[in-house]
Design a protein around this ligand. Structure first.
Ligand SMILES: Cc1ncc(COP(=O)(O)O)c(C=O)c1O
Length: 365
């Protein structure tokens, strides 16, 4: 059935596609944020390089957003993914290993490998669908350098309780490890605890503007680190000339006005996930391992149907213009068991998916 590269196919039809394959956020951006960016464009702000540390005030707005006072610095990057590249390059070497999960956001694991280190992937495709303290303890050895704690977790939507973050922080402390707290989806969580509460001197945050405020195409993120790691991370930065200035203007405004736009965005995202849950509950042999999700996505387990997630992805895309993701992008071991759905799309798009999914599964069965 496969016709062509699914991303080329989908980009050619961008306006028609219900884009649930990547965790982008297409819920309307607040007019205030758009206004700030338009003004910056009209003023020609893009003619100048931004300040090397980011536009004035952005770094502080970010630290304030996380409630971090003294002792922390931030490096503004072209998306969180550039931050993790810088981080892995600066902090890892041949022979090191990093405790991580599978499923996970695998591009960071590839970066770990590029640095000559090994991502030590603990299987989390089983209850409670996240890293367990005992399993982390077992996996740590003398070559372990970091724990990669993606919280909430892409793709499952699970997140860690305060007690769990505390216990994982203790493992970092006991074994002299860095705790990489990837908080890309923090704003979607019902509750969230920052590891800096327990081990501020060992915590490096990975931050993204792609999901909360929907800036995936603007490419803006950050590393937030204890000041003692600031020099080394700045030395390895790939963008000494900073990142997209219009994105930074929008991001600053988004942080300053978060109380105004975040609740509505979350309401819509959560309504969409409830619509999908209702549809999934009516279909035999499929289920949601994690519900409600603490992110803007979750996975639908399709193992019991015996169907190939890739085939489900292709049929939904090429026959219904609904773009979801087969699990193999997100897991080396469980990728044939699930599809991942992002629901920060329009309600209309969500309803289309909920209507077409049973049709596609029936057809394939
Ligand atoms: C856990 C996690 N970290 C980092 C990223 C990269 O985000 P950005 O778009 O800011 O590069 C993603 C993107 O999906 C992600 O899921």
């Amino acid at each position: 059935m496969k016709k062509e590269d699914p991303f080329v196919y989908a980009h050619e039809r961008e306006q028609k596609i219900v884009w649930m394959s990547q965790n982008t956020n297409q819920i309307e951006t607040s007019p205030e944020i758009i206004k700030a960016m338009k003004e910056a464009l009209e003023e020609g702000k893009y003619n100048l390089y931004p300040h090397r540390d980011g536009i004035l005030g952005l770094k502080q707005a970010l630290l304030d957003d996380l409630g971090l006072k003294d002792g922390f610095d931030a490096l503004i990057t072209n998306g969180a993914i550039e931050g993790t590249y810088t981080l892995t390059r600066a902090m890892l070497e041949e022979g090191d290993n990093v405790i991580a999960s599978d499923p996970s956001f695998m591009p960071i694991h590839h970066q770990i490998e590029l640095s000559g280190a090994e991502p030590r992937e603990i299987d989390v495709y089983k209850d409670p669908y996240k890293l367990r303290v005992e399993e982390i303890e077992e996996a740590v050895d003398k070559n372990t350098k970091m724990i990669l704690l993606i919280d909430p977790l892409n793709p499952l939507g699970s997140s860690y309780s305060k007690k769990e973050v505390k216990q994982i922080s203790q493992i970092a402390e006991d074994n002299d490890l860095l705790l990489i707290h990837d908080i890309t989806y923090r704003d979607f969580a019902y509750e969230h605890t920052l590891a800096s509460e327990f081990v501020p001197e060992r915590t490096i945050f990975v931050y993204s503007f792609s999901k909360n405020v929907g800036f995936a195409g603007m490419r803006l993120g950050a590393l937030v680190m204890p000041k003692e790691y600031s020099d080394i991370l700045h030395r390895y930065r790939t963008n000494v000339l900073s990142a997209n200035v219009i994105a930074q203007v929008g991001a600053k405004k988004a942080l300053e006005t978060k109380d105004g736009w975040l609740p509505d965005m979350l309401k819509r995202s959560r309504k969409n996930q409830a619509i999908i849950k209702e549809a999934v509950d009516k279909i035999p042999d499929i289920s949601l391992p994690v519900y409600p999700s603490n992110t803007n996505m979750f996975v639908i387990d399709v193992e019991k149907t015996g169907l190939d997630p890739q085939e489900i992805q292709e049929k939904l895309l090429y026959e219904h213009d609904v773009f979801v993701r087969g699990g193999n992008y997100l897991s080396k071991t469980a990728g044939d068991k699930f599809i991942r759905i992002s629901f920060t799309v329009s309600e209309e798009g969500t309803r289309k998916f909920a209507e077409r999914l049973p049709m596609v599964l029936d057809d394939l069965r």
